[in-house]
Ligand binder design. Structure first.
Ligand code: C5P
Length: 426
């Protein structure tokens, strides 16, 4: 997979630098070409000699060495790379990158580069958790730098916490993942997730028990397959999926507005547990409990059905997938939903108390799919498994769907320029 890929490996100062030797071995085994830049502080932990022996190339250390510049200047070093990997990335180098400093070979190469960058931070937990480092990381993530999360554990300095560099094998897997085929590249997906909250007054709301875990896992699996994901989520306790465009909402009305704003798209997945009803309320202040008075009456009105609206929209995505969370009669209810909501697939999800699905990391689902002529429904039952595995299976099915229609288009179409182009690539 990495055959002839050019990796520029930057090694900055930190005890984890010794792990970069193992990383180089792994990269060479996969037949990648590795060029190394070692910072002055990095040289305190590993020698240019060991890096040169393992990478089978000269190691670059100095911005001002005329010989280096003549042989391969810093501009060429970064231009020839397919990927720049910084492992370990010290707090200092992260700060320099975030603020555009270029005072040595490593930071100058990074500033003079438009290549994708992957960083594996490694530092003391205090340094990692310091607001300065966290802010710097935020800046880098906004620039689409790929972060290989530091791990938790005992540090060389004796302290415990988050800051250990990922193991070389994990870094190698991330590099392989970066170069792997992305079957949903250029596709735009909208995923709704989590519950909606319907306000009763400024303090209270109607809600439901959705944790958002299944929608989160689906968004993550779509991102891994290369899709641009617009993730519209109700309130949850989860960190947001990395790499998605995040839109936080509370009510179903807000969710609908953002879904419509984000159309057109190639794919819509309605994994959110949208409240079916909202409260007719004009309470701008908290409703007060008054002694001897009957409790207030809540007048409910129906919420818009987002899934149905998307299915019937003039900007309808090519593939529209909904969920049916049912405590009974799952099969019939799911099939009914497929018909009434006019979507293409329904993921049926039994949520009876015995299934213990809410907040759990496991789930049990069946997939209901219309045949191409929409005359029949195919049902596929999946065994109980983690929500992450279910998301991966669903995304594989989605990949298969888009590959099939692209193949059909190619067969039907003698003029290749008339083939369907994914919306996201336009
Ligand atoms: O009608 P029901 O809530 O059972 O349908 C579930 C499916 O419809 C889910 O995919 C959910 O995200 C979607 N839905 C919606 N808008 C609503 C209610 C449900 O998009 N108001």
């Amino acid at each position: 997979m990495l055959n002839n890929k050019n990796i520029l490996l930057i090694i900055s100062g930190g005890i984890a630098a010794y792990k970069s030797l193992e990383l180089i071995r792994g990269l060479r085994k996969e037949r990648a070409n590795v060029r190394c830049i070692l910072t002055k502080n990095g040289e305190k932990f590993v020698t240019p000699m060991s890096l040169a022996a393992l990478s089978e190339h000269k190691v670059y250390t100095d911005l001002w060495s005329l010989k280096d510049e003549r042989e391969m200047g810093h501009i060429r070093l970064s231009r020839e790379a397919d990927l720049i990997v910084i492992a370990p990335a010290s707090a200092n180098l992260i700060a320099k990158m975030a603020h555009g400093l270029a005072d040595d070979l490593a930071s100058t190469c990074l500033l003079a580069s438009d290549k994708p960058i992957m960083i594996a931070p490694a530092m003391n937990p205090m340094m990692w958790n310091h607001p300065a480092t966290q802010n710097n990381m935020k800046i880098l993530l906004q620039r689409d730098i790929i972060q290989i999360e530091p791990k938790s554990g005992e540090m060389a300095c004796g302290e415990t916490g988050i800051g250990r560099m990922s193991e070389p094998d994990d870094i190698l897997s991330s590099i392989k993942d970066f170069f792997s085929e992305k079957p949903l590249k250029n596709m735009k997906a909208i995923v709704t997730s989590g519950p909606t909250y319907e306000a009763i007054d400024p303090v209270r709301f109607l809600g439901n028990r959705s944790s958002g875990k299944q929608g989160h896992a689906i968004a993550t699996a779509l991102i891994q397959a290369g899709a641009h994901v617009h993730y519209i989520t109700g309130p949850t306790h989860l960190p947001h999926p990395k790499g998605a465009t995040i839109i936080e909402i509370e009510s179903a009305e807000e969710m609908l507005a953002h879904v419509e704003k984000n159309l057109p798209a190639d794919l819509f997945i309605g994994a959110a547990a949208v409240c079916d009803w909202t409260v007719e309320t004009d309470h701008l202040q908290k409703i007060k409990k008054k002694d001897n008075l009957t409790p207030p009456q809540l007048n409910l009105k129906e919420n818009p059905d987002i899934l149905k609206k998307v299915s019937l929209s003039s900007k309808r995505p090519q593939l529209v997938i909904g969920f049916a969370a049912e405590t009974e009669n799952l099969n019939n209810n799911a099939k009914d939903k497929l018909k009434h909501k006019n979507c293409d697939w329904i993921v049926g999800n039994e949520i009876s108390p015995e299934q213990n699905v809410f907040g759990n990391s496991e789930n049990q689902v069946c997939l209901f799919q219309y045949t191409e002529d929409r005359k029949e429904i195919i049902q596929t039952d999946l065994p109980r498994m983690t929500k992450i595995k279910i998301a991966q299976k669903l995304v594989n099915e989605i990949i298969h769907y888009f590959e099939t229609i692209q193949k059909d288009n190619r067969n039907e179409c003698t003029n290749p320029s008339l083939n369907v182009v994914p919306y996201g690539s336009q």
